[in-house]
Design a protein around this ligand. Structure first.
Ligand code: NAP
Length: 258
C-alpha cells in the first residue's frame, strides 16, 4: 500500500534502537525524510547510515537528551515537521513505596512533559499548513497497569489525558494525534526488564523470556518492525479519520473486550 507520505518530513525521537528505530525505518521505507535523535552518537549514526543505505531519503541526526530543554531545542531547530513521533526511555521498575518526588518529576518530565512540549512546538506549524501527524509511543500500562512500573503508569496516563483533549482541538485543521501502546516487544528495554526478573528470582534469561511470552496469546514478543509499520500507517494519508485513539499492540495480552 502506498502510504501517500513520500517527501514528508518527520522528527522521530529516541530512534537509534528499539521501537523508535522501527518507526523511523518504516517511515523511511514510505519515502519520508527523517530527523532522528538519541543520546548515544555511535548507535544513532550507525542506524542513520543503515537507513540511508536502504532508503532514498534524507536522514539528519541530532544527538542529545530529548527530555532536556537543550535536547529538544536542538531537534526542533531542524523543523518544520509534517510528522512527529515522540519517544524516550521508560522509567525504571520498582515498588510503589520506593519513589519520592524527584523520581516522579523525572518520569513526568520524560514520559509526559517532553511529548507535550514537542507537540506544543510543532502543532502550530502543522495546523497552519492544514496537515500533520503525531504518534506518541506510550505503553500498555495506560490500559492495564504494570505493577512494577508505577512511574510509567502515572506519567503516561497524564500524557494520555492531554492527548485526548488536544487531538480533538486540532483535528479540524487536518492534524491527527494518536498514541501507540506497546505491550512486550523484543528490544533492549524488554531484555533489561527480563534481566531484573532473572536477578530477583534467580532464574535463567531463557526461562524469564519463556514465562513472559507464555502470558501473551500470540505466544511471542512483538517486533520493532511490526510496531513501526503500525506507526507509519497512523502517519499515512489513509489515517486522517483516526483521531485521539490509543492503539494497543500487545499480541492480545491485555484481556479486555474493547
Ligand atoms: P530501547 O530498546 O531501550 O530503546 C530506547 C531508544 O531511545 C534508544 O535509541 C535510546 O538511545 C533512546 N533514548 C532513551 N532515552 C533517551 C533520551 N532521554 N533522549 C533521547 N533518546 C533516548 O527502548 P524500547 O523498548 O524501544 O522502548 C521505547 C519506549 O516504549 C520506552 O518508553 C518504553 O518504556 C516503552 N515501552 C516499551 C515496551 C517494550 O516491551 N519494549 C513495552 C512498553 C512500553 P540512547 O540510550 O542512546 O539515548
Amino acid at each position: 500500500m502506498d502510504l501517500g507520505i513520500r517527501g514528508k518530513r518527520a522528527l522521530v525521537c529516541a530512534s537509534s534502537k528499539g521501537l523508535g528505530r522501527g518507526c523511523a525505518e518504516a517511515l523511511a521505507e514510505a519515502g519520508v525524510d527523517l530527523v532522528m535523535n538519541a543520546r548515544g552518537v555511535e548507535a544513532l549514526e550507525a542506524t542513520a547510515a543503515d537507513i540511508r543505505a536502504r532508503c532514498q531519503v534524507s536522514v539528519v541526526t541530532v544527538a542529545g537528551d530529548i527530555t532536556s530543554e537543550p535536547g529538544r531545542a536542538a531537534v526542533l531547530a531542524h523543523g518544520p515537521f509534517d510528522i512527529l513521533v515522540t519517544n524516550a526511555g521508560g522509567p525504571p521498575p520498582g515498588m510503589w513505596s520506593d519513589w519520592g518526588r524527584e523520581d516522579f518529576i523525572k518520569a513526568l518530565d520524560a514520559n509526559m512533559l517532553t511529548p507535550i512540549a514537542l507537540m506544543q512546538a510543532v502543532l502550530p506549524g502543522m495546523m497552519a499548513q492544514g496537515w500533520g501527524r503525531v504518534v506518541n509511543i506510550t505503553s500498555v500500562s495506560v490500559k492495564a497497569p504494570v505493577p512494577v512500573l508505577g512511574l510509567s503508569n502515572a506519567a503516561r496516563a497524564g500524557l494520555t489525558g492531554f492527548v485526548a483533549g488536544t487531538a480533538r482541538q486540532v483535528a479540524g485543521k487536518g492534524v491527527t494525534i494518536n498514541n501507540l501502546l506497546p505491550g512486550i516487544h523484543a528490544t533492549d528495554r524488554a531484555i533489561a526488564l527480563d534481566g531484573a526478573v532473572v536477578k530477583a528470582r534467580g532464574i535463567s534469561m531463557e526461562d524469564a523470556i519463556a514465562e513472559r511470552a507464555a502470558t501473551i496469546p500470540a505466544g511471542r514478543y512483538g517486533t520493532a518492525g511490526e510496531f513501526g509499520a503500525a506507526c507509519a500507517f497512523l502517519c499515512s494519508q489513509h489515517a486522517g479519520f483516526i483521531v485521539g485513539q490509543n492503539v494497543l499492540l500487545d499480541g492480545g495480552a491485555t484481556n479486555t473486550t474493547m
